[in-house]
Design a protein. Structure first.
Length: 383
């Protein structure tokens, strides 16, 4: 049996204030093409379909159009769960219109986690869809006041699903969680609910499953075991994801429950990258609509460099100077106090401290001239 594992679409998200609607539309086209080409038995969307609980209309239309097209033009079943960015009720409402022989949609937590049962030549495959849920919701759903951590929530969900797995069936779990050992980026919303910071879910919670299709972490990776996998987000949402290859996971489940994974690369509309060099070096590079972070190596301050950069790179989002970054990393000690009786020294030491380099001769001349004019003005006022 084959299935396509995706997650963390974050429809409606922006990149530094720029809409990603067109970028998402291209990604959804690539998912649809993969469904038609590889003909998986199921499409899995492991949470964070939308970027926020009340997504913009454009995001909802993108999702609805994609689902309608998938149902009408492919034979793939669809499995969807709510993530921590989604409204559980909004996602759950979709289940009322779903064909339960071909779709499994989970928004709120459920004390009775019935799986979607699919069949291939080797027998049944049970897919349990376990949505993200907070501890307070889990305590109410499962009637267990001892649930106090994300791990407790996931244990309760798995325990609710396990009795409904047919004997001998291969078992797939779809979940949205931060599993111990996973490497996050800066773009995930932390799942912080207890004192002491973020709590992770140990991988042994999923014992008995043959594949765990995870969402939440945006970098594709395994966590704790080869069969526990994050598909990652289809788009980069910050510059710290520069260079990360985005993909969908096409997973094949063998008769004995072992899996093989083929990563299908995503071709984004535009990439996320950093350009480093002098302003003139940057402006000589080919124009691009990529999201660009610029690090300038020029020694002096420049007049409106971002305005010039955006004429060539309209989606330039960040600008910094290499010397400033070096200064921050070197963490210079606090300068000794300087006597205010010597304004020239005060100005010189201030500039040196802020820029990690002393004033140039031209700047020293400007400072001296300015101080001379101030002194003359003070003398005229006193007279």
């Amino acid at each position: 049996m084959k299935f396509l594992h995706t997650a963390d679409w974050h429809l409606g998200r922006q990149f530094e204030g720029h809409s990603l609607d067109d970028d998402h539309a291209l990604v959804l086209d690539q998912i649809f093409t993969a469904l038609q080409t590889h003909k998986p038995d199921a499409l899995i969307i492991a949470g964070d379909i939308f970027d926020r609980a009340a997504p913009p209309e454009t995001a909802v239309r993108l999702f609805n159009t994609f689902i309608e097209r998938t149902i009408a033009e492919t034979q793939s079943a669809i499995v969807v769960i709510a993530g921590n960015h989604d409204s559980a009720d909004r996602i759950g409402a979709m289940s009322m219109l779903a064909d339960r022989r071909r779709a499994l949609v989970r928004g709120p937590l459920s004390a009775t986690e019935l799986p979607l049962i699919l069949h291939d030549a080797h027998g049944p495959v049970a897919i349990s869809a376990l949505p993200f849920g907070y501890e307070y919701a889990a305590r109410e759903t499962f009637g267990d006041p001892a649930i106090k951590s994300p791990a407790d929530v996931m244990r309760a969900e798995v325990a609710a699903a396990r009795p409904h797995i047919p004997p001998g069936a291969r078992w797939i779990i779809v979940a949205h969680a931060f599993v111990t050992g996973a490497a996050p980026s800066t773009t995930e919303r932390p799942l912080t609910r207890v004192a002491g910071g973020i709590e992770t879910v140990p991988s042994d919670v999923f014992d008995g499953a043959h594949y765990v299709a995870l969402g939440h972490i945006h970098r594709p990776q395994t966590a704790g075991a080869p069969y526990i996998r994050y598909s990652g987000s289809p788009l980069a949402f910050a510059f710290d994801e520069e260079g990360n290859e985005k993909s969908f996971a096409l997973v094949e489940l063998a008769a004995d429950g072992t899996t093989s994974v083929d990563l299908i690369p995503i071709r984004p509309r535009r990439t996320v990258r950093t350009l480093k060099g002098t302003l003139e070096d940057i402006l000589r590079q080919p124009p691009s609509d990529d999201f660009v972070n610029v690090v300038l190596t020029d020694d002096g301050r420049l007049i409106e460099p971002m305005k010039r950069i955006r004429e060539r790179f309209p989606f330039a989002c960040g600008l910094s100077y290499a010397r400033d970054l070096k200064s921050r990393h070197s963490a210079p000690s606090k300068p000794a106090a300087t006597s205010l009786d010597d304004p020239a020294t005060v100005a010189t030491e201030f500039l040196t401290h802020m820029r990690n380099t002393p004033p140039t001769p031209a700047e020293t001349h400007i400072i001296a001239g300015a101080l001379a004019r101030l002194a003359t003005a003070d003398e005229d006022a006193a007279a």
